[in-house]
Ligand binder design. Structure first.
Ligand SMILES: Nc1nc2c(ncn2[C@@H]2O[C@H](COP(=O)(O)OP(=O)(O)OP(=O)(O)O)[C@@H](O)[C@H]2O)c(=O)[nH]1
Ligand SMILES: [Mg+2]
Length: 326
């Protein structure tokens, strides 16, 4: 037992083990189709904006983008949702991305109309396009920019925000809190009149070969994967593991617990009781018993994390530290 901030806690896990699941599956068919369509459209665009979640600046980016979609056209890397991300990692993130060859990196919050990073996107894109060879598009008066990234990172929000800002017009593409809202790659949306600028919305595309389970769990935790593909209870357990490992005990008060705890079943049971979330279960002898609703408690735990109530996070802080120290 260890004493942490006046609270007694058990020794926490060093490694996360996925219960019952050797391999997580997360590559729906529409993503493959999406990637192929994106490649096909590439010749009709002048610049690519890649959006990613600032809470996982390193993990989960699709390396296939590098080999297929980016690399030919000017590229802007946008790290979004900074309102939920730990800004102590910003400098390390910039340094690490520069080492990887990303020279145009912007940090954004599309929930905030005044966000400086958002204001910088279009001027930077126009500047990059004006300073590159547009080849087959040299005679085209309009600028076309493709917005790519893994699911649920804010690609459609970026398009809507820029359209609101530069054209004063309402949203033109659907936005939603679960992964996989945009399915079509053909949506060409005007966001500026002079010069005419069009943005191409695309479906979120994950890598089919996620190199390790932990990356998949981080993607799931920030909602780049739909919860049912991994299971809310497994994602909640990974969240508990990460919070304890990083000595982030805000969850203790938020869930109404008395102490930090590393046992997800215990945490979710206590939390379900506090929330008065119960469900009826029929037993072998046909008797109905009322039990704490573990899945509902898991969903609540994920919801408070995703809304930022447990504080800003960088799930890649350890990777960044290792990279920048080496
Ligand atoms: N907190 C926060 N939420 C954001 C931000 N930007 C977008 N969101 C939310 O993130 C969710 C996903 O946004 P979308 O714009 O639909 O993301 P997408 O990348 O187009 O998603 P898919 O089409 O499913 O691939 C929505 O609930 C948005 O309201 C941000 O900067 N901060
Ligand atoms: Mg979308």
């Amino acid at each position: 037992m260890a004493n942490i901030g006046g609270k007694v806690a058990e020794k926490f896990r060093d490694v996360f083990r996925v219960p019952h699941k050797e391999k997580l599956q997360w590559f729906p068919g529409h993503m493959n189709r999406g990637l192929k369509q994106m490649q096909k459209h590439l010749k009709n665009v002048d610049c690519v904006i890649e959006v990613h979640d600032a809470r996982i600046p390193i993990s989960g980016r699709n390396p296939n983008f590098r080999h297929t979609v980016t690399g030919i056209k000017p590229h802007i890397f946008v790290l979004n949702k900074i309102d939920l991300a730990d800004n102590r990692c910003t400098e390390m993130t910039k340094k690490s991305l520069q080492q990887e060859g990303f020279s145009h990196v912007l940090f954004t919050n599309f929930k905030n109309q005044q966000c400086q990073g958002m204001k910088g996107i279009l001027p930077l894109a126009i500047d990059l396009i004006n300073n590159t060879n547009r080849y087959n598009r040299s005679n085209q008066e309009d600028f076309a920019i493709m917005v790519i990234g893994v699911p649920n990172v804010g690609k459609s929000s970026l398009i809507n925000r820029l359209r609101n800002k530069h054209l004063g017009k309402a949203n033109a593409t659907a936005v939603g809190a679960v992964a996989g809202i945009t399915r079509s790659v053909l949506t060409r949306i005007k966001i500026k009149e002079t010069p005419p600028v069009y943005l191409l919305d695309t479906p979120g595309v994950l890598t089919p070969n996620v190199p390790n389970v932990e990356i998949g769990l981080k993607l799931a935790l920030v909602s780049c994967l739909q919860d049912h593909l991994v299971g809310p209870d497994v994602i909640a357990d990974y969240l508990l593991y990460w919070l304890n490992k990083n000595r982030r005990f805000e969850y203790v008060d938020k869930l109404g617990l008395s102490d930090p705890c590393d046992d997800i079943l215990e945490v979710l049971t206590l939390s379900a009781v506090k929330l008065q979330k119960t469900k009826k279960i029929r037993q072998h002898d046909n008797q109905i018993v009322i039990c704490p609703d573990i899945q509902a408690a898991a969903q609540n735990f994920l919801k408070i994390f995703r809304s930022g109530e447990l504080g800003p996070v960088c799930l890649d802080a350890d990777i960044l530290q290792n990279r920048t120290n080496s």
